[in-house]
Ligand binder design. Structure first.
Ligand code: SF4
Ligand code: SF4
Length: 215
């Protein structure tokens, strides 16, 4: 799932400066589950903006990242979009671009796209893939070092691992490489780890992305 967080309201208002009439487009899939762009959050956004902006229409598109679905659903608010100064997108960055490709209007992103995440439960999401383009989960027993080792090590643990714990974060978290080795040992596949894993794209760094709701 694509994990998103809402931008601060003041940032959204700044981007909306000069746009008096707006249409709000949310996402009924990932952003709805993250509680950043579903029906409820659209209502909340209307409440926050209604004193200053004229909200011509709101719509939660099922999957805004799918242009076919966006095209179909945005037809229902075609007139309002024509009249609007801007569209406020409560979607991930892909949704923003899909909507932008379908309309001539400026599309304002109200969410930050954080990562591709695993849902442990509502409100607790962990980064589990950095889309490196060359998946080696077969060799690593289904555990991704690229997204889970904070030093981004691809060929085994660093020398600071202690009692199976990682120094990054103060030895609270398990070392992902210890987990990988334990796992492949279970499968009798330690040989898989003998293959050298080349660095991926230099822009890919492990960030241990995690979003946890506090309330
Ligand atoms: S190795 Fe990790 S980052 Fe690369 S595609 Fe597989 S899960 Fe994603
Ligand atoms: S202790 Fe393990 S998880 Fe932490 S940085 Fe070193 S190899 Fe990576």
């Amino acid at each position: 799932m694509i994990i998103t967080e809402q931008k601060p309201l003041e940032d959204i208002e700044k981007m909306l400066e000069g746009s008096d009439k707006i249409v709000i487009v949310g996402c009924n899939t990932c952003a709805a589950l993250c509680q950043t762009g579903g029906e409820e959050q659209i209502k909340e956004m209307v409440e926050k903006l209604k004193e200053k902006k004229q909200i011509l229409a709101t719509i939660a598109v099922e999957t805004p990242c799918d242009m076919r679905i966006s095209k179909r659903d945005l037809r229902t608010v075609k007139k309002q979009i024509e009249e609007a100064d801007a569209i406020l997108a409560m979607t991930c960055g892909v949704g923003v671009q899909s909507i932008a490709d379908l309309t001539e209007k400026p599309v304002i992103p109200s969410l930050d796209t954080k990562f591709l995440g695993m849902v442990e439960r509502l409100g607790r999401f962990y980064e589990r893939c950095r889309m490196c383009g060359s998946c080696n989960l077969f060799d690593t027993g289904g555990i991704c070092a690229i997204s889970r080792c904070p030093k981004g090590l691809l060929n085994g643990p660093c020398e600071t691992v202690a009692d199976g714990k990682c120094e990054v974060g103060g030895f609270k978290n398990d070392c992902v490489w210890v987990q990988i080795i334990d796992r492949v040992k279970q499968f009798g596949k330690l040989d898989n780890l003998m293959k050298y894993q080349p660095e991926r794209d230099g822009s890919i760094k492990a960030t241990l992305g995690e979003v946890v709701w506090t309330d």
